[in-house]
Design a protein around this ligand. Structure first.
Ligand code: IVH
Length: 670
């Protein structure tokens, strides 16, 4: 065979194998016998060895694995990978649906889906070729696991039909229960430690360096979201159906894996059905997900900081077990918050061994009326740490002593207080209680704050123990020699750390403000404050009234800011950081007063010049507030095309001024 013929043959075989692969794994049917398929694959493998220059980057031989990933590169998601707000109560689903109906004018179609208990993945396709697969990571950045994902048979490497030129599909990678059991029985035979549950195994498998091993594990996928330009569907359900035409394995409607409904009864029926039938599925689910179908309505509903308003997850209640309470430990957090943790007699629950459970706070201990030696009921819900939900009082020993919450800090012996209106206890020794001091530094260097590379928890511990670093400002006095003296610190890591520290001087003010750790000032409020005041000097001068002027800053945050800057040591910290060149001046986003100041505006419909998000941004930049639904507090309704008639009627009834996009632009220009 000459090289031209070889290239042709490689193309021909790849296409045939892709076709049969899809038929078998996605459509669950066959047109050829297994041995024929194997022989085609073998022919292709042999040709690829002989003519490696013609091997396609998405050759079906990638399914077998072989590509190694030395280091999983970090990739920034093109669209943030958000999570879902979730609940265990049907009541809250009802409330959510009521809210949606109020916020959206027209009839709402809901899509009910299963909540697969696996690992979220985002897979990009360019010109019909799989180009990148990235894990969720922290939602903003994930890890490139492309080689491993290519081994999953239900993930197409090359698409068919009329696909968009560049898009991302998101879904879940999971390990079917049968595969999980067979992996564990093999491990048992080999005397290896058993895997805890399918989800952890799927997640561990996806991060393995050798894709051959990944291929052998039998991971599977369900894809449930299409993102990108040119999707051309009116809603989520429709684009998932289209994805099936492009070759993806999508949740089957006839098995009730996905279902459309327009009523709360339909939603509840779906929940009830799966609450009972979930155990007969060949894979694990931990709940169901309800989504608003229409993309227009989704855009209208928008997002909260962490999750879309247009979707909610209903999680099934976990099975509970009973076990003995051995003791209670108290942990001290970065803010001095004390968390009681129960040590339990080890017990199996949902595939893992449980030894500890969170007790949340003193009220919880009181509510449970917990005694030493009690037998307790433990449940594992959505959270990683299981919780104690009750006590079997019948088994309580006669002389059992009631558990009394501690009154002094278990680390520094400081006094514990409980602020009015708060449930938790705090150690007051903010400046010298070790976990608080170290916690503040760890928060300062964290990725979303000053992002100092090369400085982990362990090094902070060491620097603190050796009394070299006691506050964030001390980091900027560190020398190469000091670092080299630390255990396990080589020249290269010392250098990297110093470079990381130097880089942090470029971090913008809003992140510095978040990093200095003012209680209750999270990422979003730090951003709002930085943009409003423009510099730390202006912020420090601000009065209570100035502070609560800022969007989303209420009484609690304002008081905490005043308290923070009123403290001499905190002022010193800021002075020292400022002297070292940390950014304490940012870009003040000028609020153009006079146009929308003090006005609440609701944006609804489709616009021709600006997108809805751009309009909302403009409103905020010009002093206005965005309202989500029409009420007597609404000043303007900015109405685009196709907006719902009932919203319009409500605005008319309430005498709300209705303006067009043109009017809006004119107002801005004035
Ligand atoms: S939608 C913006 N649908 O649950 C929301 N997520 O807490 C995008 N998950 O990270 C997610 N089944 O790993 C969606 N049918 C489903 C899901 C699902 C499982 C997971 C996913 C996500 C997490 C959200």
């Amino acid at each position: 065979m000459n090289s031209d013929q070889a290239q042709q043959e490689i193309l021909r075989l790849s296409e045939i194998i892709n076709y049969h692969n899809h038929l078998y794994y996605v459509e669950s049917r066959t047109e050829i016998a297994d041995f024929e398929f194997d022989s085609l694959l073998k022919q292709l493998q042999e040709l690829e060895i002989q003519f490696p220059q013609f091997t396609l980057s998405n050759s079906p031989t990638k399914r077998v694995g072989g590509d190694l990933t030395k280091k999983f590169e970090t990739v920034t998601h093109r669209y943030p990978m958000l999570s879902l707000s979730n609940t265990y109560s049907e009541e809250e689903i009802l409330e959510w649906e009521n809210r949606i109906k109020k916020l959206v004018d027209d009839e709402v179609e809901y899509v009910c889906e299963l909540k697969y208990d696996g690992v979220a993945i985002g897979i990009r396709y360019e010109n019909g070729q799989l180009t990148k697969a990235v894990t969720r990571g922290d939602g903003e950045k994930g890890e490139d696991v492309t080689n491993n994902v290519k081994t999953i048979r239900t993930v197409p490497l090359v698409l068919q039909s009329d696909f968009p030129t560049d898009f991302e599909i998101r879904g879940e990678i999971f390990l079917p229960i049968e595969k999980f059991n067979s992996i564990n029985s093999q491990r048992e035979e080999r005397g290896e430690a058993l895997f805890a549950n399918p989800r952890n195994t799927a997640s561990g498998t996806l991060k393995m360096q050798d894709s051959k091993v990944v291929a052998s594990r039998g991971l599977d996928s369900f894809l449930y979201g299409v993102y990108g330009e040119g999707i051309n569907s009116i809603g989520h359900f429709e684009s998932v159906q289209k994805a099936s035409e492009w070759g993806f394995k999508i949740p089957a409607s006839n098995a009730r894996f996905i279902e459309k409904t327009t009523s709360i009864d339909g939603i509840m029926d779906f929940i009830d059905y799966w609450n009972i039938n979930r155990f007969s599925l060949p894979f694990e689910i931990d709940g169901v997900v309800i989504k608003v179908n229409s993309y227009n309505q989704q855009a209208e509903l928008g997002f909260t900081a962490k999750s879309p308003r247009w979707a909610i997850a209903y999680k099934f209640k976990a099975t509970r077990v009973e076990t003995g309470l051995l003791s209670v430990d108290y942990q001290v957090g970065r803010t001095g918050a004390i968390t009681p943790v129960a040590n339990l007699f080890p017990v199996q629950l949902g595939g893992t061994t449980v030894k500890r459970a969170s007790l949340h706070n003193a009220d919880q201990i009181e509510k449970l009326d917990l005694h030493f030696g009690d037998f307790v009921y433990v449940e594992k819900g959505g959270e990683i740490i299981p919780k104690i939900v009750g006590v079997n009082t019948e088994k309580r020993p006669a002389e059992a002593q009631k558990i009394k919450f501690i009154s002094t800090c278990p680390v520094c012996n400081g006094i514990l207080t409980r602020k009015e209106g708060e449930v938790g206890h705090f150690c007051v020794n903010e400046k010298s209680c070790p976990p608080q001091v170290k916690g503040k530094i760890e928060h300062f260097i964290s990725r979303k704050a000053l992002n100092i590379d090369g400085l982990g928890e362990e090094t902070v511990d060491l620097l603190y123990e050796k009394k070299i670093v006691n506050t964030a400002a001390d980091l900027y006095d560190l020398t190469f020699d000091q670092l080299l003296k630390l255990d396990r610190m080589a020249e290269k890591s010392a250098n990297n750390l110093l470079i990381g520290i130097e880089h942090s001087k470029k971090i913008p003010f809003e992140r510095v403000l978040f990093g200095i750790g003012i209680r209750f000032v999270g990422e979003t409020s730090a951003k709002k404050l930085a943009r409003h005041f423009g510099s730390i000097d202006e912020l420090m001068k601000a009065s209570y009234d100035d502070l609560i002027e800022v969007d989303e800053i209420g009484e609690k945050i304002a008081n905490s800011i005043l308290e923070f800057f009123g403290d001499a040591e905190n002022q010193l910290l800021i002075d020292r950081l400022q002297a070292k060149g940390i950014q304490f001046i940012g870009e003040k986003i000028e609020i153009n007063t006079g146009v929308f100041t003090g006005k609440t505006i609701v944006v609804s419909g489709v616009f021709s010049v600006f997108s809805r998000d751009e309009l909302k941004e403009l409103i905020e930049q010009h002093g206005g507030k965005n309202g989500s639904s029409i009420s007597s507090k609404t000043d303007f309704l900015l109405a685009g095309e196709n907006m719902g008639p009932s919203k319009l009627k409500k605005a008319v009834d309430l005498g709300v001024a209705i303006i067009s996009e043109d009017d809006f632009v004119k107002l801005l220009n004035n």
